[in-house]
Ligand binder design. Structure first.
Ligand code: NAD
Length: 375
């Protein structure tokens, strides 16, 4: 079968769902690959490299007519209307928030697989685009902070005097938070971190940071996501965050609750306690943000001189490698569904990874999936 890779139509999207390397891997599984001209240009993958890898470079119409289309995100109907009935579409689609998209695929007989709905079980880790993008984004959050922070990260003892290291505080030590911790630590900062889940303390410490626990912490939920806090936990956490934020030069917030608006963890009062020149990177900005003063997508500077970065495209600011990792997640999906390496995907609905990410198939709506049983 032919896999089409479109140029992402969303304004500012630098990423592409396949790179020359992943094209070759898809071909090794028996697929033909058709890449839209210019699809990889913003990620430093020119058309010629795709052709060298064995792909056909074509126009948008040809790509959208392929048996299978793999993309970063789900575009509007102007693009999706080009898909053939019976085609397969694979991308991030936030099916929990976009029921209209699920209904569209169902009505148009398109088999749709959501890369952002891969079940959170060990076996599915190699397909998990949320993790791969959060990892790159966490690294980039620190680079963005360092870029606007007008000071050194590392402490220095020089003939002209001592320079103290920067203090970095990371709220939420999941994939993104741990990547931010590791990056800040490697740049010489003193790093602290808090997470609702006390069991991440060991991972935080292994990345070189001090774990600062919430006095009334919660238990881990069965699916690996933090549970929503009780009122007591929320009060204790807010007091702790306000105190820690006031002492930090750089704050990175990563607390997402799937399918919900991000909780406010850094209040205007906490920001007011920060020193001029301090920086907050709000990695939850896409869902509203963890800081009360975040403006999603923007850089704002408060009256007391604190810069708040609400960028929602952190992984897209490292497009070559973010595309490579996303493309490898796609290859790993095709490895799972192409056991005979014959370019013919077989969607086994008894496989909970495949079932979990399939939102529509042959005109049948399959979202939401049944709960995952294996961890
Ligand atoms: P996430 O984006 O849902 O949340 C980020 C972090 O913020 C989490 O650690 C969460 O506990 C924390 N958080 C949420 N609300 C908070 C609050 N109010 N205060 C402080 N912290 C808060 O999570 P994620 O980074 O995608 O992953 C979370 C966990 O799941 C990790 O342990 C990760 O290793 C695991 N995971 C497993 C798989 C898999 O097995 N396939 C895949 C992805 C992630």
């Amino acid at each position: 079968m032919r896999i089409g890779v479109p140029k992402e139509p969303q304004e500012g999207q630098t990423l592409v769902a396949a790179t020359p390397d992943t094209v070759a891997k898809l071909m090794a599984l028996g697929y033909e690959v058709v890449v839209e001209s210019g699809a990889g240009a913003l990620a430093s993958y020119p058309d010629a490299l795709y052709e060298q890898a064995g792909a056909t470079v074509a126009n948008a119409a040809e790509v959208w007519q392929c048996d299978i289309v793999t993309a970063m995100d789900t575009p509007g109907s102007a693009y999706l209307d080009q898909l053939r009935p019976g085609a397969m579409f694979i991308a991030r689609m936030a099916p929990g928030r976009h029921g209209d998209v699920v209904d569209y695929f169902t009505a148009h007989q398109v088999t749709a697989l959501a890369m952002d709905a891969v079940p959170r079980i060990s076996r599915a880790q190699s397909l998990d685009v949320l993790s791969s993008m959060a990892n790159v984004g966490g690294y980039r959050a620190i680079i963005e902070a360092a870029n606007v922070f007008g000071r050194l990260f590392t402490g220095q003892v020089t003939a002209a005097g001592k320079v103290p290291p920067a203090t970095v505080y990371v709220i939420g030590a999941g994939v993104a938070g741990l990547a931010a911790i590791g990056t800040a630590n490697s740049m010489g900062a003193v790093v602290r971190s808090t997470d609702l889940r006390p069991e991440v303390a060991e991972q935080v410490e292994s990345m070189g940071a001090e774990f600062v626990p919430i006095p009334v912490a919660s238990e881990e939920s069965a699916d690996g996501y933090a549970k929503e806090m009780t009122a007591d936990q929320a009060d204790a956490a807010l007091r702790l965050y306000t105190e820690q934020v006031g002492e930090a030069d750089i704050v990175v917030t990563t607390a997402n609750i799937p399918g919900r608006t991000s909780p406010i963890l850094v209040t205007a009062e906490a920001v007011a306690r920060m020193k001029p020149g301090s920086v907050i990177v709000d990695m939850a900005a896409a869902n509203g943000g963890n800081c009360e003063l975040t403006v999603p997508g923007k850089r704002v500077v408060t009256d007391n001189g604190v810069t708040i970065l609400g960028y929602t495209d952190l992984a897209g600011r490292l497009p070559a490698q973010a595309s490579q990792l996303y493309g490898q997640n796609i290859v790993n999906f095709f490895k799972l569904v192409t056991p005979n390496k014959d370019g013919q995907p077989v969607l086994d609905m008894d496989d909970e990874v495949v079932r979990g990410m399939t939102v529509a198939k042959d005109g049948e709506k399959l979202w939401p999936p049944p709960p995952v049983t294996v961890s």
